[in-house]
Design a protein around this ligand. Sequence first.
Ligand SMILES: CC(C)(COP(=O)(O)OP(=O)(O)OC[C@H]1O[C@@H](n2cnc3c(N)ncnc32)[C@H](O)[C@@H]1OP(=O)(O)O)[C@@H](O)C(=O)NCCC(=O)NCCS
Length: 393
Amino acid sequence: MAEECTPTINTGLRGVTVASTKISDVIGAKGKLIYRGYLASDLAAKAGFEEIVHLLLFEKLPNKDQLTSLKQQLAAERQIPKSIIEALKTCPPSALPMDVLQAAVALLATTDKEAADKSRPMATRKAIRLIAKLATVLAAWERIRKGKEPVTPDPTMNHAANFLYMLTGQKPNPDLVHFMDVALVLHAEHSFNASTFAAREVASTRAHMYAAVSAAIGSLSGELHGGANVRVMEMLLEIGSPDRIASYINKTLDEGKLIMGLGHAVYQTDDPRAHILAPMSKRAGELAGDTRWYEISTILEKEGKKIFKERKKIDIYVNVDFYSASLYYSMGIPVDLYTPIFAISRVAGWCAHVIEEQYAEAAPKPMLYRPESKYIGEYCGPDECSFVPIEKR
Ligand SMILES: CC(C)(COP(=O)(O)OP(=O)(O)OC[C@H]1O[C@@H](n2cnc3c(N)ncnc32)[C@H](O)[C@@H]1OP(=O)(O)O)[C@@H](O)C(=O)NCCC(=O)NCCS
């Protein structure tokens, strides 16, 4: 019989604090994103992705020797096994890159003899392995689906440069390397968002890092999360010119649909990352000789905020995906790689969270996630249903 109880249901776990973390903080009201005590916007201006990887995994910014050592470890781990390349070649070219990435992470576990080693130092090594290899997998997939051979990583290049080099086979333009490096820094970590929570939830079962990261990639693929940057670019392409912006916004809202790249579950101001990505989007447009997508984005931001205020009586703000779309487009990156690029950066944050979930000493120590649910299904009258054999149904 149904029990008499009226539990509070926090849909989407909004406002529910499930763990403590030393990795990052999002101060939504002030529009601040903090990585281990530092403002992400400050780090984006002053540090490269490898320094952020060190900060996230080792809890401190590296000194010169530590940074050199980490760069060497990443370089040593960047190549992917031949068997992974062969497996990628079996995927149809139409496969969604996020699906390919997720599958590749599960396959990488099968090639890592130490995948199931649960020791703390091994967790860091696996994290470095995954961070190094994920970008290579993505670049290899982009080439394989276009009928080209993957490019071997160059140990003299940093992570951002290597990714662009492996995508195109050409030595990348330093401006584009800088844009990619900053984008990687800005996407590396964002507290308990959906994909990080997915990673931590899987890690809480004591599953290994590959299992946690592949779950996180699945979570990131959704359009309400990382998938939004692809949808932003599709929206910009559909709008096509500034004079169509207002009618696009009104029509979309009339149909009860979302304007992608606007709104955030935590920020009650503009996403601080958007203010760094916007000028890079402009500069990338100038380098490409076409600033249209940046310009449409800026007008869309202004008009969107105005129309939301008039129609919905709420303030709406831009999120990280809003300007990353036009930035990547102007950099010549295929649209369906935008969310996977988010993943090749966020993997650093996911791995730090997996380590914290499994090895944190501070109280309260994490434990297996097991929320409650309220059953609203059927009973048969006042009691449980009695089983009816199939012939009698
Ligand atoms: C991110 C997101 C899921 C947050 O949702 P949320 O926490 O429900 O946001 P809010 O509580 O501030 O929403 C308030 C209202 O504005 C609406 N709204 C929020 N963002 C909107 C958007 N981008 N387009 C249209 N309406 C939007 C909500 O549906 C809600 O309407 P309602 O009160 O009529 O139900 C949401 O803003 C969204 O879907 N944005 C577009 C997708 C996107 O860019 N995702 C990337 C996030 S980094």
